[in-house]
Design a binder for this molecule. Structure first.
Ligand SMILES: Cc1cc2nc3c(=O)[nH]c(=O)nc-3n(C[C@H](O)[C@H](O)[C@H](O)COP(=O)(O)OP(=O)(O)OC[C@H]3O[C@@H](n4cnc5c(N)ncnc54)[C@H](O)[C@@H]3O)c2cc1C
Length: 408
């Protein structure tokens, strides 16, 4: 038996590894358990990238990984939203520019593989205990938790940070129920080349049935793609050969990126929504997709997961400073309070935006069009929306507050 640790983080996805590093950073004793990113990537190719907002970037700087990520990070200087629907009430294009907020970039787009690899390398260097086997059972005791790994090894801790994804066994063991939403859609993630440079602009085309989004990569003529489509349509798109897929993409996309070619490996992610009814209970705090899953619109998912990790580090640091049990009721309640509003507002916002794109109801199309027209016309309103999209509604966790003087 290893431990007892203050915290065991279950799941070595990006949210889990960052959480383990954050907990270590604030002085907790931490173990990280779960298959490494390399082991996980063999199950399905990881073709996703994540647009990380500046608070997430500040978090990564504090965790000591930002410099290693810089070569893989593309600045997001502007976001263009195009109503590509056939609605009679087509909205005007709207461009959100970071410089309107006095920023150089809203954040950075980074390939998930690069992010996880750099985070895991750092975890290997600084964490005292890393186990690459999956957790098989979670036993909750009155004052500690025992986790049994695949090969029978056991780890004991005061608090479990359940970052073990959508089918989280930590969530189940803690008896936390979920609210699930089915969208009958899938998102295809890939990369593609284009003859014109992206100049740091992400473009989100809103079409009936879903959205098609291009996000800049560090190569000015390469973007990552998130194509949201009905589940059947997505299957058809996945089966197309590269040239036909590129032609389909070209048809859907407008001409701003020029000629599209060289589609990278594609992976399809079924879109679903999941919200845990509690963020924490029974010596367990949920992190990332174990707590909330939402459609990939507006780049919210991982940013939210990183905010979970940073907030948990605040709560555990406070408990340790006051000599309290890091898995006790006080910490669980503080963490739940800290995360509730942020998670709820993002989940509802993304759900409403997604549904407004699917609906054929005229009043909703009208409302969406009116909002976008208003945003286009009034710079102060646009700035307000940009600020709301960038920051969580409550205070930022301490590790996410702006870093001054660190590498940009
Ligand atoms: C197409 C697409 C585009 C996206 N774009 C963005 C974006 O631009 N910005 C953004 O912020 N978000 C984005 N997201 C969301 C983002 O990708 C996810 O939020 C993020 O990858 C989830 O990370 P996670 O660590 O919470 O979960 P996961 O990556 O699912 O990690 C869970 C981990 O738990 C492990 N695990 C499972 N069971 C066990 C067990 N029993 N024991 C131990 N370990 C276990 C798994 O092996 C895995 O490593 C996008 C999502 C999609 C589908």
């Amino acid at each position: 038996m290893s431990g007892p640790f203050d915290v065991v983080v279950a799941g070595a996805g990006p949210a889990g590894i960052a959480t383990a590093l954050a907990l270590h950073h604030v002085g907790a004793t931490v173990a990280l358990a779960g298959p490494s990113p390399v082991q996980t990537a063999t199950v399905r190719p990881e073709t996703r990238t994540a647009a990380l907002l500046s608070s997430s970037v500040d978090f990564l700087k504090r965790l000591g990984v930002w410099e290693s990520l810089l070569p893989d990070a593309a600045p997001l200087r502007a976001i263009r939203i195009v109503d590509a629907s056939r609605s009679l009430l087509r909205s005007p294009d709207i461009v959100f520019e970071a410089r309107e907020l006095g920023l150089d970039a809203f954040g950075f787009n980074i390939a998930n593989t690069a992010l996880s690899t750099v985070l895991y390398d750092r975890a290997r260097a600084v964490l005292p205990h890393l186990a690459s086997e999956p957790i098989e059972t979670v036993e909750l005791g009155a004052d500690h938790v025992t986790l049994t790994l695949e090969k029978g090894r056991q780890i004991a801790c005061r608090l479990v940070a359940g970052a073990d994804g959508r089918r989280s066994i930590c969530r189940q063991a803690a008896g936390i129920e979920t609210r699930d939403t089915h969208y009958e859609q899938s998102a295809i993630a890939a990369s593609f080349r284009h003859s014109l440079p992206h100049r740091g602009v992400a473009t989100e085309l809103h079409r009936e049935g879903g959205s098609v989004t291009s996000v800049p990569t560090p190569d000015d003529n390469l973007s990552s793609l998130v194509w949201v489509a009905g589940a059947e349509n997505a299957k058809t798109l996945m089966a197309l050969d590269e040239v036909v897929f590129a032609a389909e993409l070209q048809d859907n996309f407008d001409q701003t990126l020029g000629v599209i070619s060289d589609i990278g490996p594609r992976a399809s992610f079924p879109i679903s929504g999941l919200t845990a009814k509690q963020m924490a209970a029974n010596r367990t705090a949920l992190i990332g997709e174990a707590a909330h899953i939402m459609p990939p619109i507006g780049a919210q998912g991982l940013n939210l997961g990183l905010r979970d990790g940073a907030a948990l580090a605040d709560c555990v640091a406070d408990a340790l400073r006051h000599g309290r049990d890091p898995g006790g009721q006080h910490v669980l309640a503080q963490y739940s309070r800290a995360r509730q509003l942020d998670v709820l507002s993002r989940t509802v916002g993304v759900d409403l935006l997604g549904r407004s794109l699917l609906t054929k109801l005229l009043p909703i199309q009208l409302a969406r069009s009116a909002v976008l027209t208003g945003l286009n016309a009034f710079a102060p309103l646009r700035r307000l929306v940009m600020q709301a999209g960038l920051a969580p509604p409550s205070d930022l966790p301490r590790l996410m507050r702006p870093v001054h003087g660190a590498p940009a």
